[in-house]
Design a protein around this ligand. Structure first.
Ligand code: HEC
Length: 172
């Protein structure tokens, strides 16, 4: 099973690389739709984006976009996030994504890096644990599976859309 997962991950990574090259022009078009503050959609795999973007510089270009949130929910299932966080992000085996507690902080930049790198590498990159949830365990690095930054921003848009904590903590 482990071996199988590795094969799937590496073929997805290859597809991801090809997609990055092919997506050059659609990505440029998508970037023009971003809000002024949003990071450009590069079409590159999230791990490549994380490796070059300065700390704190990543901002979700899709924030508040309901169509992107809907697409993000599909991707949340496609990439298997639901297996740990529940289909509605309410937690279960793993911490809820919907409440006012953000384990490493709730900025776009932190969430993009946490999902890409996993919690161990996030901490190694200088981000600190800020809170404890009921369930404590490592968040795996999902970066090798996720095809592009656009896919991950869609997922994060969906996570924001199901937030039900205090309004002041939405992006903390
Ligand atoms: C194998 C189980 C597992 C999978 C699969 C998984 N996660 Fe996690 N996730 C965790 C755990 C455990 C934590 C808490 C990490 C910690 O305490 O250091 C976490 C934390 C998070 C957080 C921060 C929550 C908070 O309250 O601050 C977000 C956001 C998140 N995961 C999103 C995702 C997304 C998106 C995916 C799919 C691409 C995903 N996770 C897949 C286990 C998982």
């Amino acid at each position: 099973m482990r071996r199988f997962a590795g094969v799937v991950a590496s073929s997805l990574a290859l597809i991801g690389t090809g997609f990055g090259l092919m997506a050059a022009s659609p990505a440029a078009a998508a970037a023009t739709h971003s809000s002024a503050k949003g990071s450009p959609i590069t079409g590159k795999p999230p791990l490549q984006v994380v490796a070059t973007a300065p700390k704190g510089s990543l901002h979700n270009p899709y924030n508040g976009n309901a169509a992107m949130a809907k697409a993000g929910h599909k991707l949340f299932f496609q990439y298997g996030c639901n297996g740990c966080h529940g289909g509605n992000g309410g937690g279960g085996m793993c911490p809820p994504l919907t409440n006012g507690v953000w384990i490493y902080g709730g900025s776009d930049d932190t969430l993009f890096r946490l999902v890409s790198l996993g919690s161990t590498k996030l901490v190694a990159a200088g981000y600190e644990r800020q809170a404890l949830e009921d369930v404590v365990g490592p968040m795996p690095s999902m970066g090798p599976l996720i095809k592009s930054d656009g896919d991950l921003w869609k997922i994060i848009t969906w996570v924001r859309s199901v937030y039900n904590g205090p309004p002041a903590h939405k992006y903390k």
